[in-house]
Design a protein around this ligand. Structure first.
Ligand SMILES: [Mg+2]
Length: 224
């Protein structure tokens, strides 16, 4: 990771990391990295390659609706927010299906997009999150990432300079739970061998990252 000026870390540098915290766990998408190209543009381009011409605004609208439908499905499941590699893959297959509708090329578009977001070049760093991670490392804290991502994160993480060693990258598909499940946070606690009050979760989503982490007894910080 490229070191960034300390002044870019936080407005009040002495507030980070908070006293008593021994490990900082970062969300990934929107916190440490973001898509290098707008998702709607990437989807629209994938559609065009397979003969479906949708403008990015239409894709963006459909994607947002599709995303919410998946979140609702997980919340309403018999075991809410339980997940797996299969469930995560199915989530994205359904989102792509919702965006493009029934079409002979749907499977090929899904395969294209699944492969695309497994590539390091699909992502770019989020400077504020990266600076916080560097500050945590400078302070001698353990740093991990835990994300509602799937197993593709394990392959791509080493190429993204994520501030965590290979053993401290926790995608939901491997945890077996998605945020906001408390089980997501309990799993990470156990893997890090630390009690919740020593853990700080940093993320860009007020509900999934901040409310959920605090409900689990962690401290939380909203970025972005
Ligand atoms: Mg996020």
């Amino acid at each position: 990771m490229v070191a960034r000026p300390r002044s870019a870390v936080v407005a009040t540098p002495d507030a980070f990391p908070p006293a008593g915290v021994t490990a900082v766990v970062f969300d990934v998408v929107g916190t440490l990295v973001e898509p290098a190209v707008a998702v709607a543009e990437t989807y629209a381009a994938a559609g065009r390659r397979h003969g479906i011409d949708l403008d990015a605004a239409t894709v963006a609208r459909r994607f947002a609706t599709a995303w919410r439908r998946q979140e609702s499905n997980d919340a309403a499941a018999e075991i809410p927010f339980a997940t797996s590699r299969d469930r995560e893959r199915e989530r994205w297959r359904e989102i792509v299906g919702d965006v493009f509708g029934p079409h002979a090329a749907a499977a090929a578009i899904f395969a294209d997009l699944w492969a695309h977001y497994a590539l390091p070049e699909a992502w770019r760093p989020v400077n504020r999150g990266a600076a916080l991670a560097q500050a945590a490392l400078n302070a001698g804290l353990a740093v991990a990432v835990a994300s509602n991502f799937d197993e593709r994160l394990l392959a791509v993480a080493p190429h993204l300079d994520l501030p965590a060693s290979a053993g401290a990258v926790f995608p939901s598909s491997e945890i077996g739970w998605r945020k906001p499940s408390q089980a997501f946070f309990r799993y990470v606690e156990q893997r890090l061998g630390r009690p919740p009050e020593q853990l700080l979760y940093v993320g860009d989503d007020p509900e999934l990252d901040v409310t959920a982490a605090m409900a689990a007894g962690w401290r939380a910080m909203l970025v972005g």
